[in-house]
Ligand binder design. Structure first.
Ligand code: ADP
Length: 368
């Protein structure tokens, strides 16, 4: 009998975690480390806490599911190890040893300007003097190659310290990799979750990102396997959530915030960005038209106790410059360029604040 990882995964998908009622694969409790040697199968299950009351019963159920589903000869009993969330998430130092801050840029809904904000934030952070990397992980609509006018670029690999490493493209001082360099967007929807996650892990772990102050990850909209992969692979410093002030976008942004902050994921929200906050026509610069409603994201930020990083108006040049591959933040002298620089400054402030809160408290000794 040949045992495949998929068989094990399918068997485990029949086991429910009583705490949430979700199956343990869907709940992200199966670590991606299934080992099969002959008929011996081992892997780890990830629990939130070492004191999880369901741990024993879930392990027992997992063993039974494999013996029933795959076959009675599988050597599994006693081979399931347990990790808690903290152990399962490697330290930043392990995977990207020279990266100081990893920022996930996300949105509840597509089309709210998440990629536009990520691209312009990256440019603005470079303007502020930081070393910046940008990973376009939006598998269903990778837009960074277009926004940076590098659609024809083909990243190459180079042997570094005995390992084949992907060399990121460099544009406007940003190190850039996009899943779009590797996938034909028309085929993206055919990718099974696992394939996309593995490709992303490679773009993170097997690329020569080098020393970075900020590593921005442009996530797909909504919540998906990709989100889980990112938070399980990397110690994300925090998330930026982009929304328009429109009610339907806000409802999804709220879900996005809850996903990041829930106990299992535990990624802090650095702030909310209100994009398309109002429209100002070029010929009437004083007028603001609140097309998608007024200050909806601002109110959501207050209600959910997360910072509002900034409000970006709807301006034709933001859209056009995105299409031309020259993000508006490249020009600090424009109103829109300045808006993104201010947004980046606020992101830096919130990140520093978060890092200071997490730093071990210094014990100050007083001498009499
Ligand atoms: P998402 O990544 O959320 O799907 P995009 O960043 O691709 O959204 O933006 C969707 C469209 O809206 C793009 O054509 C983009 O140029 C445009 N856009 C985004 N933000 C603005 C803005 N503030 N003003 C004008 N157009 C914008």
């Amino acid at each position: 009998m040949t045992i495949y990882p998929k068989l094990i995964r399918d068997a485990l998908a029949t086991v429910r975690y009583p705490g949430t009622g979700k199956n343990i694969v869907e709940a992200g409790m199966l670590e991606d480390n299934i080992r099969i040697e002959g008929n011996k199968v081992s892997f780890s299950l990830i629990f939130e806490k070492p004191t999880d009351p369901f741990m024993k019963s879930v392990i027992k159920a997992a063993e039974t599911a494999i013996l029933t589903y795959v076959g009675p000869d599988v050597d599994i009993v006693g081979n399931i190890s347990v990790k808690t969330i903290q152990q399962a998430r490697p330290e930043v130092g392990k995977l990207l040893p020279q990266v100081k801050n990893i920022i996930a840029v996300s949105s509840g809904k597509g089309g709210v300007g998440k990629s536009t904000v990520a691209a312009n934030l990256a440019v603005a952070l470079v303007k502020l003097g930081y070393k910046v990397g940008l990973l376009d992980a939006d598998i269903f609509g990778p837009s960074m190659p277009k926004m940076f006018q590098v659609e024809d670029a083909r990243p190459y690999a180079e042997m570094i310290d005995g390992r084949d490493m992907i060399i990121p493209i460099e544009k406007y001082g940003i190190k850039l990799l996009s899943i779009g360099f590797f996938v034909n967007p028309e085929q993206a929807t055919l990718w099974r979750g696992g394939m996309a996650s593995n490709a992303l892990k490679q773009l993170i772990g097997d690329a020569a990102w080098g020393e970075l102050d900020y590593f921005l990850i442009d996530l797909p909209p909504g919540t998906s396997d990709i989100h889980l992969t990112i938070v399980q692979t990397l110690a994300v410093t925090g998330a930026v959530v982009v929304s328009t002030p429109q009610a339907v976008a806000l409802a999804d942004a709220r879900k996005g915030i809850n996903m990041f902050t829930n106990d299992k994921v535990g990624v802090p929200i650095l702030g909310l960005v209100e994009n398309m906050a109002w429209f100002t026509p070029a010929e009437l610069p004083q007028n603001r038209y609140y097309i998608f409603g007024k200050e909806g994201a601002k109110r959501l930020a207050e209600e959910m106790h997360v910072p509002l990083l900034g409000q970006i108006p709807i301006v034709q040049s933001i859209c056009e410059s995105g299409d031309e591959g020259k993000p508006v933040a490249l020009d600090e002298d424009t109103m829109t360029g300045r808006a993104f620089i201010r947004l980046a400054e606020e992101l830096v402030r919130q990140t520093d604040k978060r890092n200071a809160e997490q730093a071990p408290t210094r014990i100050v000794q007083t001498h009499k």
